[in-house]
Design a protein around this ligand. Structure first.
Ligand code: HEC
Ligand code: HEC
Length: 286
């Protein structure tokens, strides 16, 4: 039996017939503007559903997706990259230097690979830290030409797993009792005197003979270093392990023997080439 429609006396609106504790629900119609917008969105969604990809496996009537666009653009970039990488793989270092675009491409790739692989030890900008050489200066342990840097990268330094790794071990003068503690103190003073940092002249004078007999073979008679042996220059004020007397005594007593992994097996040859060119470009390349 249909209920009689009741009209609210205050608003003149029909009620729904629902009543709670004497409070009756009004049946207020939806505003017209709201209904119109609602139907427009319904129609819009149906159109969208048909025109655009909305169903797995079907790309819609227009057959357009932004994903295809991105994929196509990525492919174009990769094709261009591949072309550059191929060029880089065969170009000699001279040719690369001659061609600014290629050089820029190599440096950009090297910078990215450096951030991924080298920054944890050498710092994001290559400035290094105690035990990790600064790659920005022109002070090289193993040589600063692109070729030398490339060799260092491919084979690592004191990296046992690589047969051609760069290797040379400074003797442990203290630990192996090759020199007494006094002699080590003296030779440390002498080393400091090479960069005008000595405080005890007479000790430095005593250290000179010890240096000539024990150290000059690797570090050179005047502390000029030797890149063949990875022996650092000692007559500059640039220190890998810190330049205070205490640091020097520790270095001479125990020898440091820093290790750098070989990258030959981990990175492809073109990436290593890019890295060598990048490191060389950092400012201190020879
Ligand atoms: C695990 C730490 C570590 C990582 C990672 C590392 N290095 Fe090294 N690197 C060293 C150490 C330590 C030395 C110094 C070794 C020595 O005492 O002779 C060194 C030395 C070098 C040298 C020789 C510097 C000179 O003066 O001759 C170059 C060049 C170099 N690293 C570049 C790189 C590049 C490029 C990468 C990334 C592919 C890299 N390193 C990653 C630790 C690291
Ligand atoms: C067999 C070659 C060899 C001999 C001999 C040798 N050294 Fe070294 N020395 C090295 C190498 C290689 C390094 C770099 C070690 C490293 O990278 O971990 C080094 C590093 C050092 C350093 C650290 C430099 C820095 O920048 O922190 C000092 C100081 C030093 N040697 C002093 C001496 C003194 C003094 C003697 C003689 C008593 C001596 N060395 C004998 C090869 C040698």
């Amino acid at each position: 039996m249909p209920t009689k429609v009741e009209t609210d006396s205050v608003t003149g609106t029909e009620t729904t017939g629902h009543e709670w504790d004497g409070i009756k629900e009004l049946n207020t119609p939806l505003p017209r503007w709201w209904l119109i917008v609602f139907w427009i969105t319904v129609i819009w969604s149906v159109a969208y559903f048909i025109l655009y990809p909305s169903w797995p496996g079907w790309d819609g009537v227009w057959n357009y997706t932004a994903r295809k666009d991105v994929a196509a653009r990525l492919e174009a970039v990769q094709a261009e990259r591949a072309e550059w990488l191929d060029k880089l793989a065969v170009a000699s270092l001279d040719e690369i230097e001659q061609e600014p675009d290629l050089l820029e491409f190599a440096i950009a790739g090297g910078r990215a690979a450096f951030a991924d692989n080298c920054a944890p030890c050498h710092g994001t900008g290559g400035a290094g830290g105690p035990g990790y050489p600064n790659l920005l200066d022109d002070d090289w342990l193993w040589g600063g030409t692109v070729e030398a840097i490339g060799t260092t990268l491919r084979h690592g330094i004191r990296w046992a797993q690589d047969e051609e790794t760069r290797i040379s071990d400074m003797p442990r003068f203290g630990v192996d009792e090759l020199l007494t503690a006094d002699q080590i103190g003296d030779v440390a003073e002498y080393v400091l005197s090479l960069s005008h940092g000595a405080t005890d002249r007479t000790a430095a004078d005593r250290g000179q003979t010890i240096y000539a007999e024990n150290c000059a073979v690797c570090h050179g008679p005047n502390g000029g270093g030797n890149a063949e042996l990875g022996a650092p220059q000692l007559n500059d004020a640039i220190w890998l392990y810190g330049g205070g007397k205490e640091n020097l005594v520790t270095t001479i007593s125990r020898s440091r023997r820093g290790v750098m992994p070989a990258w030959g097996g981990r990175l492809d040859p073109v990436t290593i080439k890019q890295l060598a060119i990048y490191v060389h470009s950092l400012g201190g390349g020879e």
